[in-house]
Design a protein around this ligand. Structure first.
Ligand code: A3P
Length: 323
């Protein structure tokens, strides 16, 4: 359980005792390390990633905030990168028998969680990893790597939909609907930026600036644009990953095949995602819900929406990033 501190070393305990702290919407203690909020066990895992994770330059790292489109991005990148392998035998595609989170493991939530130091040499190349860390935090690890920087793809989503998705996720995960008071407390946490991996704007801005400074290695995608113009965005993604679609592939419908394979409808109807459990013990079905832009309208009052939009707008001012 990442909210606890049972996996925290004495060294990290000493560090935590010096950090700014607060309470999350459930009352759990949360700590700010270099601009990002963590629970103790998460911070320990992040520090372990920084200390030990050394990707190869062929590896790919997918980054996002929780509920920002992680599952979709994982399936798309996996499908793109490995598309040649399963062209002849699409029926054996791993996305049909495994949850995208088991094909693309999280660094700090799975591989380095709970004081583990995985042997990365066992993974095929290119290996696709994922993270919710801020870019500067991730760079602490990757810049120590002897190879050239690996590619990082970030997906970002409107804060209101991210929040509402997070709310439903918690309800599905715990199989209970939280009450209105808790809903409002959680919303307040998003507005203040005090939540795991928050503040939202710091997360988004880090990757946005990273993509402007180093567009060759950091790609910034928006969930809304992926919904709006999936073909364009997937082709952009393939080009960034240096595996662009050939003319032949485009003619034969390869782009649409990948989009279909990775669609919410297709993935969420697979037996593995309806009834399975991921390696870290989460029911696979909780990762799939509506996948709509603007679902916040069904849950937030216009005043709530205005308040959070104004906060984000103010924080992003001057960055060139708009929603
Ligand atoms: P909603 O709760 O708004 O439906 P994450 O993958 O980062 O946990 O984000 C989960 C959100 O992405 C959920 O949003 C979920 O429905 C949506 N999602 C999951 N798989 C998707 C896919 N293949 N295509 C589009 N959206 C997807």
């Amino acid at each position: 359980n990442y909210m606890k501190d049972d996996k925290v070393s004495q060294e990290t305990k000493n560090l935590i005792s010096t950090l700014p702290s607060d309470k999350d919407f459930m009352g759990y203690a949360i700590y700010n390390y270099k601009g990002c909020w963590y629970y103790p066990n998460t911070l320990q895992a992040v520090l372990d990633v920084q200390k030990h994770f050394r990707p190869r330059d062929t590896d790919i790292i997918l980054a996002s905030l929780p509920k920002g489109g992680t599952t979709w991005l994982k399936s798309l990148v996996f499908a793109l990168v490995h598309r040649e392998k399963y062209q002849e035998n699409p029926q054996i595609h791993p996305l049909l028998s495994e949850n995208p989170h088991d094909l693309v493991p999280f660094l700090e939530i799975e591989l380095y969680a709970g004081n583990q130091i995985p042997d990365l040499t066992k993974f095929p190349s290119p290996m696709i990893y994922s993270t919710h860390m801020h870019l500067n935090t991730l760079h602490e690890a990757t810049k120590k790597s002897s190879s050239s920087p690996c590619k990082v793809v970030y997906v970002c989503r409107d804060i209101k939909d991210t929040f509402v998705s997070g709310w439903h996720y918690r309800n599905m995960l715990h199989r209970t609907k939280m009450d209105q008071a808790t809903f409002e407390l959680m919303f307040d946490g998003y507005c203040k930026g005090i939540l795991l991996y928050g503040p939202y704007w710091e997360h988004v801005l880090g990757y946005w600036k990273g993509s402007l400074e180093d567009g060759e290695n950091v790609l910034f995608l928006k969930y809304e644009e992926m919904i709006e113009e999936p073909r364009v965005q997937v082709k952009r993604l393939a080009e960034f990953l240096a595996c662009p679609f050939t003319e032949e592939e485009e003619k034969s419908g390869s782009v649409d095949e990948i989009l279909k394979l990775c669609s919410l409808r297709n993935l969420s109807n697979l037996d593995i995602n309806r009834n399975g459990t991921t390696r870290i013990g989460i029911d696979s079905n909780v990762f799939f819900r509506k996948g709509e832009v603007g679902d916040w309208k069904n849950h937030l009052t216009p005043q709530m929406a205005k308040k959070i939009d104004e906060i984000v707008e103010c924080k992003l001012q001057g960055s060139g990033l708009v929603f």
